[in-house]
Every structure is written in C-alpha cells, then in structure tokens.
Design a protein around this ligand. Sequence first.
Ligand SMILES: [Cu+2]
Length: 111
Amino acid sequence: MRVRTPIIALAVLLLSSPPAVAAPQTPTPQTHVVVIDKMKFGTVPASVRIGDRILWVNKDLFRHTATAKDGSFDVDLAPGARATSIVRKAGALLVNCRYHPAMRATLKVSA
Ligand SMILES: [Cu+2]
C-alpha cells in the first residue's frame, strides 16, 4: 500500500489541473454536415468558422472524396462512409472530388 497513495495523489492533482487551452472569447467549434449523394455535394453550411469541423457523409452508391484545393484536407469516402475534416483557414475554400472533378463545393470560411 506504499505505492498506491502517491498514485492517487498524482491522479487527483492531474484531474484538478486547469485545462491547458483556455480561449474565453473563441466560439465553440461547430460540426457541419455535408451530405454527398447522386454525384453531388449537398448543401454546404452558410457560416463556417476556422476550427469548425465538416462531417462528410457519403450516401451515394459510388466512392467519392472531399478534397480541399488548398491541400488542407482530403478524405476518401467509400459508399456509406463518413469522415471529418477541420477547417483551418479563412476565405473561400474550394472542395472537389478527385474521382469526379465536376463535383465541386465552396465553403465560405470566416475567421
Ligand atoms: Cu466523386
């Protein structure tokens, strides 16, 4: 029982430590869903902020990607698959599918 007490004390210390990241004025990141179906990206969210997540959901019968033109993310989605990417830059973010270049979407990202 000599070892257990220091371990418990350490655990309590770690659990009671303040969070490492504190940004009181930053809005909580949101997760936006974009559905891919019938060879198209569905409605994109009207307002995306840096740090938000996009949950890409492939409801199509075909494999697609959500590939940011600026290289910031590239998710490959088998039929029925879903994956999340994080938006890291402000501005108009062009997204397309590597397999079907005619599939395009533009996310308007604000700071
Ligand atoms: Cu595609």
